[in-house]
Ligand binder design. Structure first.
Ligand code: PGA
Length: 249
């Protein structure tokens, strides 16, 4: 059985004041029957890990470098994330693929290093609207999946997030059939590459405009094991109902 996962991506949002939201989240979900991950900006990771110590909320990073150390001004290594208290890292988010020219090969190299450092990697895949309209979504996702996911992946250290680029921050979401088609496809591909044991144990998240009012429907779709949530993860008021919907799914 795959344990469900509610993951929040705070992106470039939050200063020390935002830690109050984490305390509130911990207080609301002292014993959840799903996993909860919050990925705050790097400046807050150590304080967030401290705030959540001993509780159910895991803290993660939003990116890590493919090299373990060296002359890489402004970058953060996987070992540094671990040292700061992170248990996971988001890799290959479309905002990094677009804004920092990250290729799937880059994502795979980063993921290999992060997994070796003991982090759970949340690897993001997604098609643009143009690609969806050209109806080659599964080709795009298949290529991103095989190139971005390293051979070192297991059911414990790999989570795959399907995030259609056009659904992120837009208020638009794919239909349940469209989400189900992509998630079933990813599952089949993982099973054929890693074997049924590992393939079936990797958790698949949907991301892109997940909100309290659409979460239950999204969580009822086959092979959706949780969500990667941006805007609605910033406050306990918005994220908690999403966690509750996942607990009931
Ligand atoms: P959103 O972002 O929930 O604000 O659409 C999702 C994401 O980018 O992970």
């Amino acid at each position: 059985m795959r344990r469900k996962l509610a993951a929040g991506n705070w992106k470039m949002n939050g200063t020390t004041e935002a830690l109050q939201e984490l305390s509130a989240l911990q207080a609301t979900h002292s014993d959840p029957n799903v996993d909860i991950l919050i990925c705050p900006p790097a400046t807050l990771i150590a304080a967030a890990a401290q705030t959540c110590q001993g509780g159910p909320v895991m803290i993660g990073g939003q990116d890590s470098h493919e090299k373990s150390d060296g002359a890489h001004t402004g970058d953060i290594s996987a070992a540094m994330l671990r040292d700061a208290g992170a248990k996971a890292v988001i890799l290959g988010h479309s905002e990094r693929r677009a804004g920092h020219h990250e290729t799937s090969e880059d994502v795979r190299a980063k993921a290999r290093t992060a997994q070796a450092a003991g982090l759970m990697t949340v690897i993001c895949l997604g098609e643009s609207l143009g690609q969806r309209e050209a109806t080659n979504t599964l080709d795009i996702i298949g290529a991103q999946l095989s190139l971005s996911v390293p051979d070192s992946s297991t059911g414990e250290n790999l989570v795959v997030a399907y995030e259609p680029i056009w659904a992120i921050g837009s208020g638009m979401t794919p239909t349940a059939d469209q989400i189900g088609e992509v998630h079933d496809f990813i599952r089949t591909r993982l099973e054929s590459r890693f074997g049924p044991g590992v393939g079936r144990s990797v958790r698949l998240l949907y991301g892109g405009s997940v909100k309290p009012d659409n979460a239950a429907e999204i969580f009822s779709i086959s092979n959706v094991d949780g969500a990667l949530v941006g805007g609605a993860s910033l406050t306990n008021a918005d994220f908690s109902p999403i966690i509750e919907a996942l607990e009931k799914a």
